[in-house]
Structure formats: C-alpha cells, structure tokens
Design a protein around this ligand. Sequence first.
Ligand code: PEP
Ligand code: MG
Length: 580
Amino acid sequence: MRSLSGIPASSGIAIARAFVFLDDDEPIIPRYAIAGNELAGEWQRFQVALEKAREDIVLLRDRAKREMGDEHSAIFDAHLLMLEDVDLLENIEKSLNDSLLNIEWVLHQYSSSVVSQLESLDDPHFQERSSDVHDITHRILNHLMFRERFSLADLPEDVVLVAHNLLPSDMISMTRQHVKAIVMDAGGKTSHTAILARAFEIPAVLGLSGSVRSIKNGEMLIVNGQAGLVIVDPDTDMLVRYENIRARVLAHNDVLIAMAGQPAVTKDGIPLVLKANIEVPDEIETVIRHGAAGIGLFRSEFLFLQPGWAPSEEDQFSAYRRVLAAMNGKPVTIRTLDVGGDKVMPDMAMSAEKNPLLGWRAIRYCLFDVEMFQNQLRAILRASAFGDARIMFPMISGPDELDAALAALDVAKQACRDAKIAFREDIPVGIMIEIPSAALIADILARKVSFFSIGTNDLIQYTIAVDRGNERVAYLHEPFHPAVLRLIKRVIDDGHAAGISVSMCGEMASDPAAAIILLGLGLDEFSMSAASIPLVKRVLGSVNRTEASAIAAAVLTLESHRQVEDFMQQHLGGLAIQET
Ligand code: PEP
Ligand code: MG
C-alpha cells in the first residue's frame, strides 16, 4: 500500500481498479520492480507482444504492397528484420535480467537510448532508422499494455482512469458511467479537465507530476478527491475505512441536495441568484436536481469537441432548444464558441500555436471563421424563441473586438428576419470579463452590453501570468490575490454604475469563502458547477448582507492572498459551515 498526493480537483470518494490510459504525446510507461522468479514470465510477455507486433506489420506490409507497390512496402520489411535482430533481443533480455524492472520500462529505456544515439549521428539515414526504432517500440508497447483492446469510448467496466494528461475532448468521448475517478499527472484546479470532472461528478486528483507512472494497470486504487489523495493497492483495513467514508459522503450529499427546493436567500432574507455552468446538454438533469436558478454559462464549445462531429446550425439549434425547454423558462446564457488554449478542436490549425493561451482563442477565432460564427449565432437566435436565452461573448479584450462581435450578431439577426425566422429581437447580450484589459475598461464596455460575467479562471490566469492547466505553477492560481480582488471590485462597481448586472461564472464563485466576499462586493449572480450550489446556498444563507459587506471591505485592505485566506478561515470557522 502506498499513497500519492496531488491537487484535489473534484470531490468524492471512489474505489476501483486502475485503467492506465496512454495518451500519444507522452505515454505513461509503467515502472516497477519484479522478483527474480518473475523474469521468465516477463520475457514471455515480451515474446507475445513481439509476435503480435509482427502480425500487425505483416498486415500493413501486405496492404502497402497492394495499394502502393513494393517501394512503399519495403519499410515494413525493414521493421520485420529489426524484430528478428538477435543482438537487439539479447541486449533487451540482458537489461531485463540486470535491472529486475518490468519489460515495458526496460524496452522503453533501451529504445530511448538507441534513438538518441542514432539521432546524434549527423546522417539522414540514421535519423530515419531512429524513427523506425521509435515506431516499432511503440507498437510492441501498445501490445504489452493492451492499448489496442481499449479505447475511452468503450470502457467495459468501472475503472479509475489514470493518465498523463487527458484532454477535454477525451473527457467528452469517454464512457462516463464507467469512470469512477480520474488521476492525472498534469492539470490544475481550473483546467477544463477538472471543470468537466466536477460537472460529471467524477472525483479527480490532478497534478501528480509524474507519479502516476508507478500505478500498474489493474491495480486497486482509492481516490479521495476532496483531499487530493490516491491510495494505491490499499490493505483491507483501508478499504473498509474508505467504504465507510464514502457512505458518509454520499449521505451528506443527499442532505445538501434535499435543500435544492429551499429558497436561496441570505440570513437577512435578501434573494440570491445561484445558477449552474454546463458543458453538455446531458448535465441538465443534475442542474435541476441541485436547484439552479438558471444556466449562467453554457460552454457551447463542448458540442464541437466531440470526436468526428462538427455540429451544424441545425444540430446546435436542437441542443440549445433542448436545454431551454428543460429549464422551463429559467434563463440560459449561451456562450459563443470558446475554443483554443486546452480546448482544441481536432482539425484546427491552432493546435500548432506556440502560445495557445495568448493566441487564436475564443472570439478571436470566431471573428475569423465567419461562417461558423454566423451558424452559431443563428442557432442561438432561433432557439431564443423557445425560452429565456442570452448570448455571451468570451475573451473580449477591448471595444473594437466587442463592436465586431455585436456587428456579427446584427448580421445574424438580419438573416433571421430575411428568412422570417422567429427570434427574440431584444435578446440580452453580455460579455465575459476574463482579461485584465477588459476589467480595466469595464466602464467603457458596460455601455455596450446588458450584463457582465466575470470569468475568474482566465482572469486569474492572465492577471498573475499563471497557466491554469500547469500543475507546476498551480499554487499561483490564487483567487484571493489582492490584484484579482481589486479587479473584481472594479468590474462590479463599473457594471453597477452603468446599470447592468454583474455575475461570476469562474470557479471562484463556488468557493464558500470567496462567495461571502463576492456577496459583500455586491455580485448579482453566482454561476458554478451544479454540484456546488447547495453548499454555496448554505454558506450564503448563514450571513447577513451587511456582514458580508464588512468582510469584503476588510479583505480589500489586506496585503496578500495568505492574509485573506487566514481572515476568511476565521470567519468560516465562526459560521460553522461544514464541507463534505
Ligand atoms: C473562466 O475563464 O472563468 C470561465 C468561466 O471560462 P472557461 O473556464 O471556460 O475558460
Ligand atoms: Mg474563460
């Protein structure tokens, strides 16, 4: 039994066997010691994988010969010869015997050293040989790790998904009901993988920085998403202990969900607006179960991240209409496509950008891909005839960009009028405030829109210059940084001065301590993953508005995020609010 600790990214307890998923970019090669009497079995595994790799290559060679001729099939003949290279096989066997480590690791190490030797030779012939070695090794490793038999889309049983770095598109395509937890080397609390894990109520521990390598496929794991803890190969006592904890957590969640029907009000009876963020229409059931007052953020880009599917105007229209109908008159804010950063559509050139977080993201991409943007705007406008739809533009950095987005909306409205399609002429239009430049000119932007929604995930990222998905700097992604708090106050004040409503859909809104400060700063609406609503409702229900204002005023005088944290700790302690 051993434990690993990482970033607590999505709460909940799970107990299941590990499924080690090999992402192509940086596959996790397991590394573990074996005993002397296991050597023969390990070598046998290698022989089996080698034979399967040989069968693959023969098939590929025959197909290449049929379709492209001998010239193109020769490369596979060379691969087959390499598989029979006696020196090579002897070297691998010797490394296995000497190191007493598993064969995947031995093979990986051996091939890496051969590849780097070949690459260091300044001759194109050897450079090519190095990619052959890489290719063959990859093929054998895939067989050793059963990669071919599994894909995330058809997981056959309950597993804890273990990966170096799952992309949001992997999260969308996986068989969700079988993924009991997620454990990953990469990622921070506000990375989109973490956001999706919370949305799907899957416990997750991220940012394990390389230590997932020690987890073997099929090993039993306990994942404590609240504490950021992964217990590998637990003993019976630990399993029993965690079964009990899990039962308690589930019971506590039931208590919180039972509050769904109760009104959201502060202690002194001031109504609160607590909405949900969603990524895919399927989340609606969870949203309703947790008593959301509406959808404050529909991340429409996730419709576009389904592998092999580019949603048409019609597809989008039916997705938006479905959500609006399910919300039964409650407001639904649909954010236009926010791709880029870690949300890359498979066929987009942007994946090759050097600085994707500062590049062709969100509204910048939409203003370029006019046809796609018009399709989406028309789909939202058409859906607006079926409920209280609102439009929100992401990543607005200044007035010109906003004017261009508003002009695009005018074009889409005119197209609907011309086609005699019903839509809501005065559909409310708002923007995300998630770039410091926008926060600093909120007074100017506020004159052009009917609401703001503060996206703290990105606002913090860009204010503190900290990649929200990079586990190495995750400790810097700090909502209580005085610079962040000042920007938030400014946006709320400027929005109110212009008479528009200001909400927050960044993850900060779901943090109990932050929620009290935000209430005190005058935030009008909170939007968060649905599962967070009951706790925030309970926390905000335990303070008076005036109390919250005094807390916010005091917090704004503090000089570091640590001071704010300590200050809020005392206040939360006083309120005796218990988290799951
Ligand atoms: C944000 O940036 O805070 C936000 C809500 O948008 P996303 O997390 O999708 O970037
Ligand atoms: Mg954002």
